[in-house]
Design a protein around this ligand. Sequence first.
Ligand code: FHN
Length: 492
Amino acid sequence: MINLRATPANRACRSIAIILLLAAASSTHAQLEGDKLNTQPANHPVPAIQDTETPAQRDARMQWWREARFGMFIHWGLYSIPAGTWDGKQIPGIGEWIMNNASIPVADYKALASKFNPTAFSAHDIVAIAKSAGMKYIVITAKHHDGFAMFDSKADPFNIVAATPFKRDPLRELAEECRKQGLKLGFYYSQDQDWTAPGGAAYKTDDHQPPTFHWDKAQDGDFATYLHTKAIPQLKELLTNYGDFPVVIWFDTPTKDMTPALAGEIVTLLNQHPNLIWNNRLGGGYPGDTETPEQYIPPQGFPGRDWESCMTINDTWGFKSYDTNFKSTETLLRNLIDIASKGGNYLLNVGPDSHGVIPAPEADRLRQIGQWLAINGEAIYNTHPTLFGAEAGSFSPTEKDKKGQPKFIPTWNWRSTTAPNKIYVELFNWPTDSFHLDNLPRTVTSAYLLADPSHSPLKLTHTGSALDVQLPTEPLDPIATVLVLNTVHNKS
Ligand code: FHN
């Protein structure tokens, strides 16, 4: 979701303008709801791993990621200091965009670095929160659009080790902790937008003028030079200085500046790391490994593509002190289940504050999701999509979405995930009597509730290809109770 100022008066007009603008500008930059898949034939100046590997090699490379299903996105940087307020004014929009939204001059923004001393940052605690949530990987902003590197960079001095009193490298500390606690680590890198490096791009906004959309002369320069002197050298540092990490590079917001030839130079570097997974936001026509729907769950997933919905817990990625619009644990958990039932991953964001701490309402919700996963994780990790489909909802015959296509209306009674000899049914609404399924895709031999420690068999009634499962009167979990159907893998 690209951020523009969202005053009550202009929010609607701007939303429409942004959608049209983004749709026209790039289908891979933000992956808005309704965007089409990038189906361009591979005709890249530098072939990427996705162009050259066999399907078996690809399956092996993607295996851990497909099993993981749930990861933590961390947006953390200098923007956590103003936390949504500049010159005494609350700045509308997402927190990490404050420099752009408030048109902060480069020198003033860079001065934040001398105040950044997040001594309460504990890589141990952050990885432990992710682990207790049942997350299997972390992706952290190594550099966001503000150009500030959250790692020790020799390529550019505007970084957390050289320019702050903190002087520590949180990425190194997180890498060590991820190794200790058994999680994987990936790095987000804003390769295209960079608002403090001369020549770095700025996305088109209404507040700034074409062709550069810069707001300070200090931003002017040559994009290719920026790429050669900052972005590519920093990507090299990230890819070589952290041992077995990163396992993911998460690119973002490519603009037209990222030509196929320039993107090809980045691909040459990525190709030296054959196990790396990277997303569809590099630019230059490279589809990468993963679709990245942002702030929405695609109604039917992306058949044939790996995908990951990234979402916020409140309404911002980077910390904003006054954004308390936290989604409920129920919503977050149902999102995870919905995504798993469609074969995707959930990359759920946290925004640590300027002390380096994940806000308590975010950590609390993550721990609650983890409690559910500790009992029911078998129905999420390493599962396959639903064998049914209609349970997720249907397209409205009358209502249209923002692109004029039939609007998808989700229904929230149940979802289903699959394993070779099991069908899992995650029940949100507890049926009053029995749970009924038509057109069983496999033969069901027995059933039990996953949260029942004794896995007591439930009574089954078969009627042709339909099944009724007799359930207890109360659910075992108020958010989602998992019904397990043992199956003979005979029809699918
Ligand atoms: O502009 C960024 C935004 O700040 C945030 O990082 C999100 C996360 O996917 N990506 C961009 C908008 O699409």
